[in-house]
Ligand binder design. Structure first.
Ligand SMILES: Cc1cc2nc3c(=O)[nH]c(=O)nc-3n(C[C@H](O)[C@H](O)[C@H](O)COP(=O)(O)OP(=O)(O)OC[C@H]3O[C@@H](n4cnc5c(N)ncnc54)[C@H](O)[C@@H]3O)c2cc1C
Ligand code: SF4
Length: 331
């Protein structure tokens, strides 16, 4: 498979990149590590006229603690995140998630955290070569009017399989989107649309600049299931955060349960999460109940488009959530 033709634009700094984005808008895509983008281009899923490279933008590569938050530049490599003591000590779920992404080559070679969050949703009916797709009618995401994953669907239900986004949502992260002349901060939980064709609520002239994780007195964990232990996307994953009460150290004050690879975005299960308030950290029954409720909730969003049977993935939600809760509780 060959890459389609494109112009390579290599700005020296953030301002230059934002200028180029403002000029080219829908005709351009940001190129970070390229481990998602270039594969999609080779399959003919995307044919941008211009690629704006972040290669020279070292200013977007950092991990630091500031104002009671961990701040990560969007171009920071997955390898740097895995190696960071700060992430290991204060954002453990993200460390666990990044360790599982793709393979060591993707983590060390070029894959970035920004690209991980913004990798396009996937669907095994769609993520195929031009040749494969040319033999049948296009689906919604391919510009057509049908969906192979859910017959009656009036929109695309492609699946978000980002490990990083699921862990970051558990950690209650925010992101900064920059554009020429300004920027805005968005809770990751509010960053998604309800259509898998364009899963992110972001404009074509915006660039993901920074990820912000509040430092909290909390324990987090991440679990995922994939067919292979490397070079494979998750078919189900779960990120959780457990905050304990200031007075009762063994009592949960606030929980966040996020289920990934089961919907168009990572799913924040607010009601199930709040059912854990007041429970003890060693309350296995409460964790089991929350895990089963997570399975019921997440099952309504998923469609059969990510390998494996839908029934199996749904059943495994309960396992992933339970294991993540147990692990976070142990600290
Ligand atoms: C074999 C294989 C296995 C993989 N396994 C996994 C896996 O297990 N889990 C997982 O989560 N991912 C997986 N991936 C997907 C991908 O490799 C990773 O998500 C990686 O982190 C993407 O980062 P990147 O820098 O290469 O992104 P790129 O490919 O450069 O970019 C991805 C998308 O984000 C946009 N983008 C990137 N940075 C910015 C920015 N700062 N502002 C605006 N837009 C931006 C690009 O325009 C593009 O649309 C896999 C990929 C392959 C090829
Ligand atoms: S979910 Fe349906 S519309 Fe979306 S990519 Fe898959 S087959 Fe196409």
């Amino acid at each position: 498979m060959r890459l389609p033709r494109f112009d390579y634009l290599g700005p020296d700094n953030l301002e230059g990149a934002l200028d180029l984005l403002a000029t080219h808008r829908d005709d351009a895509k940001i190129l970070a590590g390229g481990t998602d983008l270039l594969v999609r281009m080779k399959k003919g899923l995307l044919k941008p006229k211009n690629l704006i490279s972040l290669k020279a933008l070292n200013e977007l590569s950092y991990i630091k603690e500031e104002d009671k938050c961990i701040k990560i530049g969007a171009r920071t490599s997955l390898a740097d995140i895995i190696a960071s003591r700060l992430i290991q000590n204060k954002a453990y779920a993200l460390f666990q998630a990044c360790e599982k992404i793709g393979a060591v080559t993707i983590q060390h070679y070029k894959g970035t955290i920004g690209g991980n969050i913004l990798q396009d949703n996937r669907c095994h009916h769609y993520n195929q070569s031009d040749f494969h797709r040319s033999g049948r009618q296009p689906c919604h995401k391919d510009g057509g009017k049908i969906c192979y994953a859910r017959e009656e669907a009036d929109r695309c239900n492609s699946t978000c399989q980002s490990d990083g986004a699921t862990a970051l949502m558990a950690l209650d992260a925010r992101i900064i989107l920059a554009r020429k002349g300004g920027e805005r901060t968005v809770d990751l939980t509010n960053f998604y649309t309800t259509d898998g064709i364009m899963p992110f609520a972001m404009e074509s002239h915006e660039l993901l600049k920074e990820i912000i994780i509040p430092v909290q007195k909390a324990q987090s964990a991440y679990q995922r299931l994939a067919y292979r232990s490397a070079i494979d996307y998750p078919i189900v994953c779960a990120g959780v955060l457990l905050k304990t009460s200031d007075t009762q150290k063994d009592e949960i004050d606030e929980a966040r349960i996020i289920v990934g690879a089961m919907g168009r975005s990572p799913l924040f299960l607010a009601q199930v999460s709040s059912s854990l308030k007041g429970k003890k950290l060693n309350d296995t029954n409460a964790f089991k109940k929350a895990a089963d409720a997570s399975m019921d909730n997440a099952s309504t969003f998923a469609v059969h488009n990510v390998g494996s049977t839908l029934e199996y993935r749904c059943a495994m939600v309960s396992q992933m959530v339970f294991q993540a809760l147990e692990q976070a509780a142990k600290g």
